[in-house]
Write a new protein. Structure first.
Length: 151
């Protein structure tokens, strides 16, 4: 049996149970299903990466004034290590370029070394920090702010 290659498609409201289940497995402080629903209703670009009927990852962006902000990008823990995070990053950068975005921003936890390395490899640079941005087990964790110029 040959498995289909992972494919991207727009996120739908019917995906939210599965997307939220991934979010809960992947993060100690996950988004609520309502946050995902609000993003879809606000018409933010939201895409899922799926394979053989299963969602493996997703991303959500906000777009305004020639800039994009990555709101959430995630690969299911059991699917990590397959290059799917890179596929998602390249997909949201492609989407941003197609919408004439000049700059893409994101925040990442300093403890998320794998994501930081991936973002650097894909052309992002650290441009600042947001103190105490993320909830953490022992209080709060800073965010590293990263950006890439697309012009």
């Amino acid at each position: 049996m040959v498995l289909a290659a992972p494919m991207l498609r727009p996120m739908r409201e019917a995906d939210l149970d599965e997307v939220h289940a991934i979010e809960v497995r992947a993060y100690p402080f996950p988004w609520t299903q309502g946050i995902f629903r609000d993003c879809l209703r606000a018409d933010y670009p939201a895409w899922v990466l799926h394979e053989d009927g299963r969602i493996l990852g997703y991303f959500l962006l906000s777009l305004a004034a020639g800039e994009a902000h990555v709101l959430n990008v995630c690969v299911a823990p059991e699917a990590q290590g397959r290059g799917l995070g890179r596929k998602l990053v390249r997909a949201f950068l492609h989407l941003a370029r197609g919408r004439a975005v000049q700059r893409v921003f994101l925040e990442v936890r300093p403890s998320n070394r794998g994501a930081i390395g991936l973002y650097h490899e894909e052309g992002f640079n650290e441009i600042g920090r947001r103190p105490r941005y993320y909830p953490a087990r022992d209080g709060r964790e800073d965010a590293i702010v990263m950006a890439i110029e697309l012009v």
